[in-house]
Ligand binder design. Structure first.
Ligand code: ZN
Ligand code: ZN
Ligand code: FE
Length: 758
């Protein structure tokens, strides 16, 4: 039978640019004796092939099956074409199209091939700190516009030398069209400065940096998505100095270690955690501490975990191979400001923090902090989703018109939707100062550009004072949709699980503006489509001093005690009253009685805070959620007892009373029950209350699906406990796996709800 010579055009969408897709197609076409061409378009990659029909068929099959490691194909379309009689297969120049739907790859850690060359004395890139190839290197942080070509990246300032150019032009080479391709002769380079901006040791800045760190100095190191502040994690003095200078008293520091072997000196790992650490996304993974361990106590005080990562850039590898067990590598910022990316900016901002600066001349266009994950209940959970993951989209169960969602106030992210994808930005931070607001606006502009959309719908929180809300309201000629905070939490969880409801939504959270103007945060919201009804919540309690009550949990403790005992609280024999002084507490109670600056809250986060103060863990916090976190860390999970509990039904809404729990805890404190047991009982009580309520709601509504969201679900005891108990009772449980349960996931929920509302 005569074989037919035909032509076809194949359009591929997804993450197919900057990941070695064209050379892969080139080699595949040659293997199948096909002629034609492949090129990047603004919607992905377009392939024209000519040859015998059966060769084209097998080519298409392999194309879909065996892409390069970083490619992610979302859509392939295939059309008959006219035979153009190409005499070979070639890679043609990029074509800018009207329609742009190309997906940009996240930044990728150094690959094994590049790592080998980095440590190979005979390789021309031996110890070159910016070595990369099509399978690895910077992407999102150096890109300015699409398509992903060198002139649209911060590598445009470096002209490739002859050798690099030859690699770049050779379709058979691993560096074919590797946009950040560079070498010692032509690429970016390192410089080391001291605190007075004086240049130090032009020859081997990495070696010098390692020796400075070993001597206990603090060095600001420019990385992939921003600066880190580095110190030797075994050196108590250095770590303490860093804490003091960074004004970061107790929040755990992230650390970096050369390999899994070294990590085993101070932490224990499950196989899944090892795989996460080693993945090309290289997140910070929270690992259980090994005790005793050689690291300074100051790295992660009062915490069971070390936030640990492996090196992800060649520079990190060059530095870490020295004999450090681990280096502290904390985000280079001043307390809650965004991470620094610019050399001059770093000199200014770290002048009283860093002793030395190891910088380079490859610009970072978009900062991106390290991502933080934790394994809980058999899944990877995000605490912060940023470098290595962004801008990979969350795929949706619907096609949406473009929406910009501005997120919440703390741990802000923004989200832009396009077609059936939601692009959640990198971690922007707490929108409480001008520099974070600037970063927020820059990120929005940047995302609009690389996604090529200009959303006419803008979603934001109900809270009138959030800077993100003010930003949304100040947009001209757009439709603004205000979304209740916990509704957004639940909707985000539903979106990433591709369900529309109805669900029983458990929003366990710190702070969120309610529809009644009160502060919500311990909620059961029955959610379906774009609507919700509030089925239950923790009963309202005054927050004396408002924001001050968040920083000072003893104020919340006083409020709960007064609610439970009234004037009899003064007769209680508990340390809280002595520690904080009766006069101070009396003053707080007066505030409550006179309703002065004491907004009401149903927040579960505040209940954790209050209890942690009552049992003597913490009266003041240094960072958001600290008291609740320490209560979790100390709680004994094996405790099976619980406290009495009670709710009332008021207007078809169940209100969970805190008084019986508080009375039970106070009785335990009186009787000398240890805090770990009290903590365990409290967790167990919450789980029981919410299971009971879910069962009642299921009976009333027939809803068997439960979605869990809100920052309090970063608490592993609560998350695992709720999942287990719900499943045992026949519920189908949906949790966060793609975006954080905390306010970093709010923008996704806002975007989806605003999109449905149109
Ligand atoms: Zn590589
Ligand atoms: Zn070169
Ligand atoms: Fe929240």
């Amino acid at each position: 039978m005569q074989r037919e010579y035909i032509a076809r055009r194949i359009e591929v969408e997804g993450i197919v640019q900057g990941v070695g897709f064209r050379p892969f197609v080139y080699q595949l076409a040659n293997r199948h004796n096909l002629k034609g061409e492949v090129l990047n378009t603004s919607s992905g990659v377009s392939i024209h092939v000519e040859g015998i029909d059966k060769d084209i068929e097998s080519f298409c099959r392999e194309l879909k099956k065996n892409g390069p490691p970083l490619a992610h194909i979302t859509y392939v379309s295939d059309y008959p074409e006219i035979v153009k009689n190409h005499d070979s297969f070639l890679i043609a120049g990029s074509r800018p199209d009207a329609y742009r739907s190309v997906l940009i790859s996240p930044d990728v850690s150094i690959c094994d091939d590049c790592l080998k060359e980095l440590f190979d004395t005979k390789d021309r890139r031996f110890s070159y700190p910016f070595i990369n190839c099509t399978n690895c290197g910077p992407r999102y942080t150096i890109i300015d516009d699409i398509p992903y070509d060198r002139p649209n990246t911060s590598m445009k300032h470096f002209r490739m030398c002859g050798k690099c150019q030859a690699e770049y032009d050779d379709p058979g080479n691993r560096r074919f069209h590797a946009q950040p391709n560079a070498c010692h002769d032509c690429g970016p380079s390192l410089t080391l400065y001291d605190n007075s901006k004086k240049l130090i040791d032009g020859k081997n800045p990495v070696e010098t940096t390692a020796s400075l760190l070993r001597q206990g100095f603090i060095v600001a190191i420019k990385g992939l998505g921003g600066f880190h502040l580095a110190a030797d994690a075994e050196n108590d003095k250095a770590v303490c100095a860093l804490r003091k200078r960074k004004a970061r008293e107790e929040k755990p520091f992230a650390i970096m270690s050369f390999d899994l072997e070294r990590i085993k000196r101070f932490a224990v790992m499950e196989p899944e955690e090892e795989a996460l650490l080693s993945s090309y996304r290289r997140p910070i993974v929270l690992l259980k501490k090994k005790e005793p361990n050689p690291l300074s106590r100051e790295v992660s005080p009062k915490n069971k975990y070390f936030g640990t990562m492996l090196p992800y850039t060649p520079l990190h590898y060059l530095l870490m191979r020295h004999d450090f067990t681990a280096l502290v590598m904390t985000s280079g910022n001043r307390s809650e400001e965004p991470i620094s990316i610019d050399n001059e900016d770093a000199f200014n901002r770290f002048s009283d923090i860093a002793d030395f600066y190891l910088t380079h001349n490859r610009d970072i266009y978009l900062r991106s902090d390290d991502s933080i994950v934790k394994r809980t209940a058999g899944e990877t959970r995000f605490i912060r989703r940023s470098r290595g993951y962004v801008p990979t989209p969350v795929f949706l169960n619907r096609t949406m018109q473009p929406v910009l969602a501005c997120g919440a106030e703390l741990k802000n992210t923004v989200c832009i939707t396009k077609d059936d994808k939601a692009f959640v930005s990198q971690h922007i931070g707490d929108l409480e100062n001008l520099s974070t607001l600037e970063f927020f606006e820059l990120t929005i502009r940047h995302m609009k550009r690389i996604l090529d959309v200009d959303p006419q719908v803008v979603a934001c929180d109900l809270h009138p004072d959030y800077l993100s809300t003010k930003y949304a309201l100040s947009r001209k000629n757009v439709k603004v949709v205000r979304v209740q905070h916990h509704h957004a939490h639940i909707a985000g969880c539903m979106a990433e699980n591709m369900i529309d409801g109805p669900v029983i939504g458990l929003a366990f959270d710190g702070t969120g503006y309610g529809e009644d103007g009160k502060i919500w945060g311990g909620e059961i919201l029955i959610t379906e489509g774009s609507r919700f009804t509030r089925a239950a919540h923790i009963s309202y309690i005054p927050m004396p001093g408002s924001a001050a009550a968040i920083k000072e949990p003893w104020r919340m403790a006083a409020s709960y005690l007064y609610d439970a005992f009234g004037e009899e609280m003064w007769g209680l024999n508990i340390p809280l009253l002595k520690e904080n002084g009766r006069d101070k507490i009396r003053f707080i109670i007066d505030m409550i009685s006179k309703r002065i600056n004491s907004p009401e809250t149903s927040s579960l986060g505040r209940l954790f805070d209050g209890i942690s103060a009552i049992i003597g863990i913490r009266n003041h916090v240094c960072f958001e959620g600290q008291a609740a976190m320490e209560l979790e860390m100390l709680s004994d999970e094996s405790t099976t007892e619980t406290y009495d509990y009670e709710w009332i039904s008021d207007d078809n809404v169940y209100k969970i009373l805190t008084a019986p729990i508080i009375k039970g805890i106070v009785a335990d404190v009186h009787n000398g029950v240890h805090p770990p047991v009290i903590g365990g009982k409290f967790h167990g009580t919450l789980i029981r209350i919410f299971i009971e309520l879910c069962k009642i709601i299921k009976k009333d509504t027939d809803i068997e699906r439960v979605a869990l969201s809100g920052g309090v679900f970063q608490n592993s005891i609560l998350l695992s406990g709720m999942i287990n108990a719900l499943e045992e009772n026949g519920f189908k449980v949906y949790t966060h796996k793609l975006v954080p349960a905390n306010d970093g996931g709010i923008s996704l929920g806002q975007a989806i709800l605003a999109g449905m509302d149109i």
